[in-house]
Design a protein around this ligand. Structure first.
Ligand code: PYC
Length: 331
């Protein structure tokens, strides 16, 4: 049997977004949190088929749209990626909002604003659209917080590292300059990928990373390597590892949220501050600390992230049961 998916492909500041506009499955559950659990249990083959080779690649990331559970909101978004079904994805949201508006997939209840239900919670997107073109999207993210500071972990080749773990919609190990690590510019992407896999596995073996309000969000999935900025206006540079082989080409929305939460917890950012984050390819997100808040019993911030996306094409993708690689592969 051949399953057909109508996808609109885009990139947000360099990182891919594949919005599944037709062919997504009906999901059980009142909220996107519940729908995500149903998708992971019954439909993960769709994620694998659309994200991995031969139809996707290591960095592939996407979304599927659902009606909102609360009529005040505009739409529900499920995130799919090579790394799994993320609770929240920043670059994916900026790309999804751009595609929805430019292709007329959503009618905003309030012009200039879209209220999005995500598995991690409500995310509000403010956008600037001139004619057809969406110029920029600013998303106000969920509560982000520093989970644990100064965790020691052994890294192949580099040796002992000290990392902080912060949450910005996913859990991030953040590696800052220290005795055994200088700057992401000093290492190859292949080295960063290899080391990320190793330290992620060790950190997950030795620690539990569980969201204080939603125990279904657990496990360290991403690793952020930090560095000095190279572009005018940037405050910092980063390379975020996800899945098994990916380095985010965008500055990473949930990663930038986690980084701002970590800096705020250490007294280096406060409400109202701006933080321009640069990716491995030099693209930029403008982050801001919008509010100080709590996440369960943890001090937290509400961050916003602003960026842009461009549609790259329309893609009708077939997943054919008789294809030995119907459900993707990774080498
Ligand atoms: O932008 O949040 C993000 C993201 C997560 C993984 C890749 N990008």
């Amino acid at each position: 049997m051949k399953k057909r998916f109508f996808c609109i492909d885009a990139h947000t500041c360099g990182n891919p977004v594949r919005l599944v506009a037709g062919g997504g499955p009906p999901l059980e559950g009142a909220t996107m949190r519940e729908k995500r659990l149903h998708f992971m249990e019954k439909y993960d083959w769709i994620r694998r088929g659309l994200m991995f080779e031969p139809r996707g690649h290591d960095m592939m990331s996407g979304s599927i749209l659902y009606p909102p559970s609360d009529p005040q909101n505009d739409i529900g978004v499920l995130y799919i990626e090579t790394s799994g079904c993320l609770p929240m994805c920043g670059h994916g949201t900026i790309g999804t909002v751009t595609i929805m508006l430019e292709e007329g997939l959503v009618s905003p209840k309030t012009p200039g604003i879209l209220r999005l239900e995500t598995p991690a919670g409500l995310v509000v997107a403010e956008y600037v659209q001139e004619g057809y073109e969406v110029k920029s999207v600013k998303i106000t993210n969920i509560a982000s917080y520093l989970h644990q500071s100064k965790i020691e972990v052994d890294c192949p080749q580099l040796g002992r590292l000290q990392v902080d773990v912060a949450y910005g919609g996913n859990f991030y190990a953040i590696v800052e300059t220290q005795e055994n690590y200088s700057d992401l510019a000093d290492y190859s992407a292949l080295e960063l990928v290899r080391w990320s896999r190793a330290i992620r596995a060790r950190l997950n073996e030795q620690h539990k990373f569980i969201h204080p309000i939603d125990e279904k969000i657990q496990g360290l999935s991403h690793v952020m390597w930090t560095g000095q900025p190279t572009q005018p206006g940037s405050d910092a540079r980063n390379a975020v590892f996800y899945g098994e082989k990916a380095i985010d080409r965008s500055p990473c929305g949930t990663g930038t949220s986690a980084r701002m939460a970590q800096l705020a917890a250490h007294g280096k950012l406060k409400k109202g501050d701006k933080f321009v984050h640069e990716s491995i390819i030099g693209s930029q997100f403008v982050g801001r600390v919008e509010e100080q808040t709590q996440c369960g019993d943890r001090p937290a911030i509400i961050p916003s992230i602003e960026g842009w996306a461009k549609i790259t094409g329309y893609n009708t993708i077939l997943i054919d049961d008789s294809d030995p690689y119907a459900y993707g592969f990774s080498v």
